[in-house]
Each structure stands twice: as C-alpha cells, then as structure tokens.
Ligand binder design. Structure first.
Ligand SMILES: C[S@@+](CC[C@H](N)C(=O)[O-])C[C@H]1O[C@@H](n2cnc3c(N)ncnc32)[C@H](O)[C@@H]1O
Length: 271
C-alpha cells in the first residue's frame, strides 16, 4: 500500500484507471459482494449481505477512499480515528488490513431503509432498540474484523489530546451546521499526535451552490482553523470542472447527474 506514489493534483479518470486504484476499489467491492453489474456505477454500492444494516461505498468514495489510502501511508500498528464513519466500507477495509481503527459517528442508522424497517417491526409489535453500536459490530463481524465504534459528535470528541497517529474524515464536514465544522477540525487536530497526519475530503464546488459544498476560501478557513501544517500542493482551482465531472461520472455510469466534486487535503502536526 505504501509504495504507491501520492498524487498532489486533481484526480482524473486516468488515475482511476491505474491498477493501484482499481485494485483498491475492486477489493472493496469484493469484500462487500457487490454484484458485477453494479460495479463501476456512479450510484451507491451496498453490501448485498446486509438487509438493513449495510456497509456502503457511495459514488464519490470511489476516488476518495483510494486517495485517502494512498496519501495516508498508514504505518502498521498505527492508531487511526475515522470521524463521521457512517457505514462506509473504508473503516472495515482498513481494519481488515490490520489497522487499529476507532470509528465515531453521531448517527449511522438514520437511513430510509432503517427507519422503514423499524416502523414495520413496531407495527408488528416487535420491540426495537436503536442500538447503533450493535448494528456496527454486526457489520464488522461480516468482514471478520472488530471496530471500536463510538456514538459522538466530532465537534466534541471523547478522547484525550494527541491520542491518534492518524485522523481522517470523509465527506462529513459539509454535513455539519455552520461553525460546527470549524469546531470539528479543531477537535480532530487536538486528538492528533505530534508528527501525526490528518486527511480530509469534502464536497467541493468552484462557485457557491445552494447545496452545501465548500468553495476554496471555505477550505482554507478550515485548514487555518486546524492550526496544522498544510503543504499547499493540492489544486483546488479546478479548471473545466464540468468537463472533469462528466468524465469522472462517465467512468462509473452513462448518466451525468453530478453537481459537485470533492476536494481532499492532508495536514500534518509538526513534531
Ligand atoms: C456522507 S456520510 C459519510 C460517511 C462515511 N464517512 C463514508 O465514507 O461513507 C456523513 C456522515 O457524517 C455523520 N455526521 C454528521 N455530523 C456529524 C457530527 N457532528 N458528528 C459525528 N458524525 C457526524 C453522519 O451521521 C453521516 O454518517
């Protein structure tokens, strides 16, 4: 994993086609038993085995996860914190690779399917408990791994200072309330060890949009709030972004419905 050369520029379809990236995506698909016809689609990939509590591999994650794995260069035995883990396959994949993962989310279960299932059970007189930890442990068992899952707000992390070698967050900050995202990145920075690495991906648009997606200025605000070192090599100035999105979208499906792209950055805590 660590031998792959990092990419410090915008990701293109060619990157997605390289064997290293494809291998990561295919390995995740195969862990989840995603049917062949669903592979390479831009839509969600969900674990066929989980009727209600399913691991997910959402559209943008098909490049965000390989990007994070490549740039993380995680050391064996390292302690890694997944902030806003949802039911993303990444945490289970990394646990499979032997990393020590702690996952945090405020609510992993509030999907339409889960709500529908609970309503059905309640109507049939079966008592249901909204036990997120058991649901997440159940998913982890399907992959023969164990995850230390905690229900918490990442804007107030229940961990000591400098507890983790790596802290990452994939597509979470843009889902938080105004100002809470800044609190979250400060918290993520607080729990990161000196010499540690933080990896973040967010929905991105070069222009302000109705749907929450960060513009370049928002991202630099986050970076500066973190107080961490940013090597300034990543290109958020995406030229021809519509063309770029259409290309990426075509890599997964025939339709182009996508409105935003995603940006990613790596921050370091100086030792
Ligand atoms: C788009 S999902 C991404 C999930 C996951 N990172 C993945 O790769 O699939 C956003 C997640 O952020 C979580 N989230 C939103 N606000 C949060 C907060 N304040 N604290 C912890 N998790 C939060 C949501 O519950 C949701 O699971």
């Amino acid at each position: 994993m660590n031998s792959i050369k990092p990419i410090n520029r915008r990701i293109t379809v060619e990157d997605l086609e390289t064997p290293e990236w494809k291998d990561i995506v295919l390995e995740m698909h195969s862990m989840m038993k995603v049917p062949r016809e669903k592979m390479h689609k831009f839509a969600y990939c969900t674990d066929r085995r989980g009727l209600v509590y399913r691991a997910e591999f959402e559209s943008f994650k098909h490049w965000e996860y390989p990007w994070l794995i490549k740039h993380g260069e995680f050391r064996p035995g390292a302690k890694i914190l997944d902030c806003g883990c949802g039911r993303g396959i990444l945490q289970f994949y990394l646990a499979r690779k032997g990393y020590n993962i702690i996952s945090v989310d405020i609510s992993t279960l509030k999907t339409h399917q889960v709500q529908g299932f609970w309503n059905l059970m309640r109507k049939s007189g079966v008592p249901v408990t909204e036990d997120q930890a058991s649901a997440m442990n159940g998913i982890a068992r399907r992959y023969d791994v164990s995850i230390d899952f905690r229900v918490a707000n990442i804007a107030k992390l229940p961990f000591e200072d400098e507890a983790f070698d790596y802290v990452y967050s994939v597509s979470v900050l843009e889902h938080m309330a105004e100002g809470e995202d800044v609190m979250a990145i400060k918290e993520m920075s607080r729990v990161l060890k000196k010499g540690g690495t933080m990896l973040v991906t967010v929905d991105f648009s070069p222009v302000k949009m109705e749907r929450k997606a960060y513009i370049k200025e928002d991202i630099f605000k986050l970076i500066s709030a973190s107080g961490l070192y940013f090597d300034n090599m990543y290109d958020f100035e995406i030229q021809d972004w519509r063309k770029h999105l259409a290309e990426l979208d075509l890599a997964f499906s025939k339709k182009n419905k996508c409105q935003v792209s995603s940006a990613a950055f790596v921050l370091k805590k100086t030792a």
